[in-house]
Design a protein around this ligand. Structure first.
Ligand SMILES: [Zn+2]
Length: 232
């Protein structure tokens, strides 16, 4: 098999899954951002209710963009996109509750959230150094250096591995909070779940992508051992 086909072979299934997950998220968001929630509560209203009911003390800010909503554990700030903050939709309700699920994790000292925050700088340095080491190893024919690159690069896969349970847990907490505050009806519970389920799939896809890339690098490093012994 030609070596040029290998990245495609390794990356294709995960890439297709990522595209499908992105499609699901966009579809769920565009559908449920048009469905008004029964409480007629905007994302900002939902945030106020949930923060009051669940004793969450954080700052809420509005930022531009679409689906840019996130919780920043370093600053105790939840940033909501304008569409989510100002729209009284089922999607906005689910997204705000999910971000507050992260705030609850933070408050509860959820260990995987701490671990994820802790490995971020490591992953950033590791992935860039990893590329340099791997490419250097491949070009100079130093197998050991290529393996160092693989090892450094594996931080990205670890990050994706830790992220998945953190995200699933935040969505679980979100559903519990929404139900405890009586913000969702039975039908809305299913709708919010489908929005959050689509979002969860993107993290599954990210994990698949990170591992297929790592696997590709492992095979490249393994292949080096063979090619260096081969005669041309
Ligand atoms: Zn999240």
């Amino acid at each position: 098999m030609s070596i040029n086909l290998l990245p495609l072979l390794f990356g294709l299934p995960a890439m297709l899954l990522a595209m499908y997950a992105q499609f699901r998220v966009q579809r769920a968001y565009s559908k449920y951002s048009k469905v008004r929630n029964r409480q007629n509560a905007t994302g900002a209203d939902v945030a106020q209710t949930l923060m009051r009911d669940h004793d969450i003390n954080i700052t809420v800010e509005t930022i531009p963009g679409n689906l840019t909503d996130h919780y920043d554990p370093r600053r105790d700030v939840m940033r909501l996109s304008q569409g989510v903050a100002r729209t009284p939709s089922v999607a906005a309700m689910g997204i705000v509750a999910h971000e507050l699920g992260h705030a609850m994790q933070d408050k509860a000292g959820y260990p995987l959230l701490k671990l994820r925050a802790g490995i971020v700088p490591l992953v950033q340095i590791g992935s860039s150094l990893g590329y340099i080491a791997l490419l250097g190893g491949l070009m100079l024919g130093i197998t050991g250096l290529a393996w160092v690159g693989v090892l450094l690069f594996s931080g990205g896969a670890l990050f994706a591995l830790v992220t998945l349970p953190v995200e699933l847990d935040a969505s679980n907490r979100a559903m519990k909070m929404l139900q405890a505050s009586r913000l969702v009806s039975g039908e809305e519970t299913a709708q919010v779940k489908s929005v959050l389920g689509a979002a969860a799939l993107t993290y599954v896809a990210a994990l698949a992508q990170a591992f297929s890339q790592l696997l590709y690098f492992v095979f490249m490093a393994l292949g080096m051992g063979r090619t260096t012994r081969r005669r041309y």
